[in-house]
Design a protein around this ligand. Sequence first.
Ligand code: 0HH
Length: 208
Amino acid sequence: MSSYKFYYFQVRGRGECIRLLLADNNVDYEEIDVAPDLETWVKEWKGKMPFGQAPLLQDGDLELAQSMAILRHLGRKIGRSGASIEDRAKLDMITEHVEDIRNGYVKMIYTNYEDGKDDYIKELSGKLKPLDTLLQKWGSDFITQSIAFADYNLFDLLDIHLTLSPSCLDDFSTLRKFYEKVLNRPRIKEYRESDGFKSRPINYNRKQ
Ligand code: 0HH
């Protein structure tokens, strides 16, 4: 029996960085689809979620909501949470900026895709540039010396934006290098070949 149960929709969405961390670190888990149909989500699962939303991770008696809390918790449990207090601060700093970008992305995708996509893409490089500058300044392959929870989240953010705008990393060689480095990790490659990964759209409304 898997020790972790992961409850989420069958989309990449806010769950994908967690799946990437689990896959790359060979952590066994069971995934439960909370919405084989919308009625099941509303009647069976929504009310059981601490904040009425998924994802949720069950780790023994601990029921944990909020994707970033789940990601950090798993990072701490498997030793992917930064080697020093300074590293942990950097990982948190990047995580917060990635959240800011993701919140804007989700808003555009779900509420304003047709009218908002072009402007969103125009403003994207201004949001990615500081990430490129910081990673270059910090000088490691990952955000810190070795891969940690925040790297999976940053990777997923870059991945979904490359789908939205394939040229979005053209001016950001450090981010591009980081993206390729994570993409080419054997277990990440293997995971991305899986039927599960291939069958899940990025977003529930299938806009991307
Ligand atoms: N801050 C939270 C986190 O990071 C936000 C979680 C969240 O927005 O964990 N959860 C959404 C699903 S993520 C949720 O539970 C986006 C995937 C889209 C799935 C849409 C399903 C529509 C069902 C009506 N949303 C469902 C809800 O709020 O009822």
